[in-house]
Design a protein around this ligand. Structure first.
Ligand SMILES: Cc1cc2nc3c(=O)[nH]c(=O)nc-3n(C[C@H](O)[C@H](O)[C@H](O)COP(=O)(O)OP(=O)(O)OC[C@H]3O[C@@H](n4cnc5c(N)ncnc54)[C@H](O)[C@@H]3O)c2cc1C
Length: 141
C-alpha cells in the first residue's frame, strides 16, 4: 500500500524517524508528491527510517531556482539527523550576526550574535547556503 505525503513531515529533536510515527498506519511504502527541499527531506527521512519511498516531481528535473537560504539551528539539526549536515557545511557560509534594520531610517534596531554562545546553546549552527546545493545534497543522499 502507498501512503501519500504532500511535502513535509514534522521532525522532532529525536531524529527523522520520530516524526513519522503520527502518520504510521503500518504501511510499508510512501509516495511523496513534489521533489523540492521539503519533499526530498521527507523522502530521505522516511528512507532513513527504513521505508521504501517514491517521489514524483512534475518538473523534468530536480532543480531549485532561486538563491540563498537561511537555515537556523532547528533546520541544521534536521540535516544532522538526516546525515547530510557534513555534506552541506563546506558549501555554506556562517554569518557572525543577524542584524535587524529599520526599513525607513536604515538604522540598526538590534543585533543577534550567532557566535560561540549561540552555537553552544542551540548545538547546531546558523548557516546560509544556495538552495540548489541543499537540494543536490538531499538528492544524492
Ligand atoms: C522569497 C522566499 C525566501 C525564503 N527564504 C527561506 C529561508 O531563508 N530559509 C528557509 O528555511 N525557508 C525559506 N523560505 C521558505 C522555503 O523556501 C520553503 O519553505 C521551501 O522551499 C518549501 O519546500 P517544499 O519542498 O515544501 O516546496 P517547493 O520548494 O515549492 O517544492 C514543491 C515541489 O513540488 C513540485 N510539484 C508541485 N505540484 C506538483 C504535482 N502536482 N505533482 C508533482 N510535483 C509537484 C514542484 O515542481 C516543486 O519541485 C523562503 C521562501 C520564499 C518564497
Amino acid at each position: 500500500m502507498i501512503l501519500i505525503f504532500m511535502t513535509s513531515v514534522p521532525f522532532s529533536r529525536e531524529g527523522p524517524a520520530a516524526g513519522l510515527t503520527v502518520y504510521d498506519r503500518g504501511l510499508s511504502e510512501l509516495l511523496v508528491v513534489g521533489g523540492g527541499i521539503g519533499g526530498l527531506a521527507t523522502a530521505l527521512s522516511a528512507a532513513r527510517a527504513g521505508r521504501r519511498v517514491h517521489v514524483i516531481e512534475k518538473a523534468p528535473a530536480f532543480t531549485e531556482i532561486g538563491a540563498g537560504l537561511q537555515l537556523a539551528p532547528n533546520a541544521t539539526r534536521v540535516l544532522h539527523h538526516l546525515g547530510i549536515l557534513d555534506d552541506v557545511l563546506p558549501l555554506a557560509t556562517f554569518p557572525k550576526n543577524l542584524l535587524m534594520m529599520d526599513a525607513m531610517t536604515g538604522r540598526s534596531v538590534t543585533r543577534l550574535d550567532l557566535g560561540g554562545a549561540f552555537r553552544a546553546h542551540y548545538e547546531f549552527p546558523y548557516i546560509v547556503m544556495h538552495r540548489g546545493d541543499l537540494l543536490s545534497a538531499e538528492l544524492e543522499a
